[in-house]
Design a protein around this ligand. Structure first.
Ligand code: FUL
Length: 509
């Protein structure tokens, strides 16, 4: 599609969202994007925020919870984190490449989708591309006949693992970097990746935009790339410098305490979000990625629109993104990974955990051992929802039993559409627990702003833990407590809360 045609199409989409997102009777529809009009009242803006929902591709991605990165390439052989594009492709020579071991290790670690660095900033391509000779084709590996992207895509397909590609926009090797020609070159690379390897579930664009071999910087044609991805792989989420998934703002694996998937934007087209955070254009998100809270009430009031733009929390199992022998004794421990799990998946994010293959072409045994043990600890902790053995009562007498049925496809909401609610769990015997799991039914938006968990002790309700946002999943760990009666109070919500699950667990760690 020509750019002008695309602009017209997105303009029509905007008109459509203006006309069909609000019903005549004033009640709002659920939409991925709600525009805010200058005369909207504060109340209406909050109602709109409560009606912003994920697209099917965003929902599928959110439900994965655990995704993985494979950083592998020329840096694996030079010991660097960032190459300079001048590396000799002959350096790339895995002696024992076993991508099935990567995918199976990831799978045992609970990871459900992996992203391969098909090209990092150094420009070296892990597939035999027609666009450049700076690829595996010029390496001694399999006498230049190998294709890492193909092998990983096939292993993913075989083992029912989602497959994604990282194609770095920054390319320190491409001679035309910094000119319009580079955008065509990039489109050609993207087309190869999106047409030759079956289904692609995620396309990951990094934000780094440094100088190319000629000392020039590139103006990336994001609009063109996005429409190409939508055309060739309509179900793929476009992450980070993309409209579907947002970077949480750190590379520590720790998400924000208050994590809204609904964020304010000043653009009227979702496709411009990522672009505007990269370029100096007039239309900008009203926030910075590193802000402590994105999407709090006050920030919504200043926006031109509200969009579902959820957070991905990326971190490496090692200090570096690429494998370095010298870091073999710095692989994150099971305890550290568990803490990261609570602060990423447990803070309304999707964890993107990097496990970099080594020079031989295999995941190192320390990494795989820690990963697998981590997953078995998670499984152990969450194998049984203690809340299930109790009776649940809601403050308004409505049946809330679906909150402990283990099914996320059902939800409970107060009868009178109140924004506050109370739920009491009663057990016949005292129960010991130290973890709370809460989930909102995000298919109908994210709403809860404040909650508190209490237990009854000697006739008094005592606070155990409190929190702000819930979103897809909120996990909170606290010192163990024993009680026969447990109460969850939703103290503040944007319209009526819609919860899908309440869980109490005991974590031995
Ligand atoms: C960053 C890159 O510069 C790093 O090398 C790594 O790929 C990380 C995931 O994204 O911005």
């Amino acid at each position: 599609m020509l750019l002008s045609q695309k602009k017209i199409a997105s303009f029509l989409l905007i008109l459509l969202s203006f006309s069909c997102s609000e019903k005549e009777n004033g009640s709002l529809e659920f939409a991925n994007f709600h525009p805010i009009h200058p005369d909207d009242s504060e109340e209406l803006i909050i109602q709109k925020a409560a009606h912003v929902v994920p697209t099917p591709r965003q929902l599928r991605w959110q439900e994965l919870e655990l995704t993985g990165f494979f950083h592998f390439g020329i840096n694996t052989y030079t010991g660097k984190e960032w190459g300079d594009g001048k590396e000799d492709p002959a350096l790339f020579n895995p002696t024992d490449l076993d991508v099935e071991q990567w995918v199976l290790t990831a799978k045992q670690g609970g990871i459900r989708q992996v992203i391969l660095t098909a090209k990092h900033h150094d420009g070296f391509c892990l597939w035999p591309t027609a666009t450049t000779t700076h690829s595996v084709e010029s390496s001694p590996w399999k006498e230049g006949k190998g294709d890492v992207v193909k092998e990983v895509a096939e292993a993913c397909e075989k083992h029912d693992m989602g497959f994604g590609v990282y194609l770095s926009p920054w390319d320190m090797n491409a001679p035309m970097y910094g000119t319009e020609e580079y955008n065509d070159f990039f489109v050609a690379q993207l087309t190869e990746l999106l047409t030759q390897y079956g289904k692609v579930d995620e396309v990951w664009f990094d934000g780094a935009n440094g100088e190319g071999p000629n000392g020039k910087k590139q103006e990336y044609d994001f609009d063109r790339w996005y429409s190409l991805i939508r055309e060739l792989q309509p179900e793929a989420v476009i992450a980070i410098m993309g409209p579907d998934v947002r970077w949480v703002g750190t590379e520590t694996g720790y998400g924000k305490e208050t994590e809204w998937s609904v964020v304010p934007v000043n653009n009227l087209s979702q496709d411009q979000i990522a672009e505007s955070s990269q370029k100096d254009v007039n239309i900008k998100p009203t926030w910075d990625k590193s802000d402590e809270v994105l999407g709090g009430r006050e920030s919504l009031l200043e926006a031109k629109g509200l969009v579902w733009y959820p957070a991905e929390t990326d971190v490496s199992i090692r200090p570096g993104w690429f494998f370095h022998e010298s870091q073999n004794n710095q692989v994150k421990s099971v305890e550290k990974l568990l803490d990261i799990y609570f602060h990423s998946v447990g803070k309304n994010g999707v964890l993107l955990l990097n496990i970099p293959p080594d020079k031989s072409g295999r995941i190192h045994s320390t990494d795989s051992l820690n990963l697998v043990q981590w997953k078995s600890q998670i499984d152990k902790t969450f194998s049984e929802n203690i809340a299930k053995s109790g009776k649940i009562h809601s403050s308004d007498g409505t049946d809330a039993s679906n909150l402990i049925d283990g099914a996320q496809q059902t939800f409970w909401t107060p009868k009178d559409k109140s924004s506050i609610a109370e739920l009491v769990l009663e057990f016949t015997e005292p129960k010991l627990f130290n973890v709370l799991n809460l989930q909102e039914y995000i298919q109908r938006g994210q709403r809860v702003e404040e909650f508190v968990l209490e237990v009854e002790q000697d006739g008094n309700w005592n606070e155990i833990v409190n929190g702000t946002t819930i979103g897809y999943k909120r996990l909170l760990k606290f010192p163990e407590v024993e009680a026969k009666k447990v109460r969850l109070r939703i103290l503040s919500s944007r319209l009526n809360p819609q919860l899908s699950e309440i869980g109490l667990y005991y974590d031995e760690n």
